[in-house]
Design a protein around this ligand. Structure first.
Ligand code: 13P
Ligand code: SF4
Length: 324
């Protein structure tokens, strides 16, 4: 056993997909998968979605075991919403640079320096940061939730400065921003995107709001992974330059086979796509071994779990009221 995941030799003849199906049935387990996972994992998901959809669906799960194939904060969110269930993750090392850019002690000090503010945190945060938060948002509902607050409400927004700046620009608010970012989305280069646009002038540029302002500014559409997927389905355009983690392209290709999706490359690579190395730690083999041994298991310290759950519940209630 290696730190963070089970490392065991398995027979190359083992049919991992059918073994996973067998174990899920035997143990009454459900497999939840984020859009940034490898295609073969997406293909066997019981529930697949963006951060908001996964949190929403996590509320109504009646299985005994929930295996969250995504990153740690997603597992924590599921655990906070299902404290009595066993929540597993294929690899404990699947962190998130954005969540890591906001340490709870520093965030608490920041909040203290700015009294009288409502604290809104992106879901990409640790449970300890959520415990300091009034309302959690995801990239799917951030705009609507911020707009639902009184216009003169003073707001601290963390940890993503890019998402925060974007929300400020489209809502006219002046939220006080924590200075964090996602290393994957920060790596998109405007130069390379414009080069691709030059080669494909008929393509639309679509990006995730975690991208830098320069990228957001040249994009034809900005949205969460689910919003991007919806947008390409509704659009009359046939070609899209996709500026987010390239895992979402698998869903786009499967749903809209008559359309072309061009992954935007990161600045430091000659390869075609930008992958989150944390998300991509998860594999079919790790999912199989995690189900077999029911480990690694997500746990959230009792002293923070109750407080951390409140802002998530608040987000789900507001989203529900706004029909998001
Ligand atoms: P979504 O809210 O679109 O699922 O994004 C999650 C994420 O980690 C983006 O990097
Ligand atoms: Fe975190 Fe960025 Fe990876 Fe999303 S893509 S999980 S924000 S590091």
């Amino acid at each position: 056993m290696k730190a963070g995941f089970i490392d065991e030799e398995i027979s190359p003849d083992l049919d991992l997909k059918s073994e996973i199906m067998r174990l899920k049935k035997e143990k009454n387990a459900v497999l939840m998968v984020h859009y940034y996972q490898n295609s073969e994992i997406q293909d066997i998901a019981d529930v697949i979605g963006d951060s908001l959809a996964l949190a929403q669906k996590a509320v109504n799960i009646d299985s005994d075991i929930i295996l969250m194939s995504g990153v740690n904060f997603m597992g924590e969110t599921v655990k906070l919403l299902n404290p009595g269930k066993k929540v597993l993750i294929p690899d404990m090392n699947a962190g998130c640079s954005l969540a890591d850019s906001c340490n709870a002690a520093d965030f608490e000090a920041f909040i203290r320096q700015h009294p009288g503010h409502t604290v809104v945190s992106y879901v990409n945060t640790s449970a300890s940061v959520k415990a300091l938060t009034d309302i959690v948002v995801t990239s799917s509902n951030a705009k609507q939730i911020i707009e639902s607050l009184p216009k003169d409400e003073k707001i601290i927004f963390g940890p993503d400065r890019n998402l925060g700046n974007y929300i400020n620009s489209i809502t006219g608010r002046q939220m006080l921003l924590w200075d964090g970012a996602c290393h994957v989305h920060e790596k998109f280069s405007l130069e390379k995107i414009l080069e691709i646009k030059n080669e494909h002038p008929g393509a639309l540029i679509i990006c995730h709001p975690e991208c830098k302002k320069a990228v957001v500014t040249v994009s034809d559409f900005v949205g969460s992974t689910a919003a991007l997927l919806n947008f390409v389905g509704k659009s009359d355009y046939k070609k899209f330059i996709v500026v987010t983690e390239s895992g979402i392209i698998h869903q786009m290709q499967q749903k809209y086979q008559d359309k072309t999706f061009i992954p935007a490359p990161p600045i430091d690579s000659t390869c075609g796509c930008n992958e989150c190395e944390f998300m991509r730690l998860n594999t079919l083999k790790k999912i199989y071994l995690t189900l077999k041994y029911e480990w690694p298991e997500i746990s959230v310290d009792k002293s923070i779990a109750e407080r951390a759950k409140l802002p998530i519940t608040r987000m789900l209630e507001i989203s529900n009221n706004l029909r998001l």
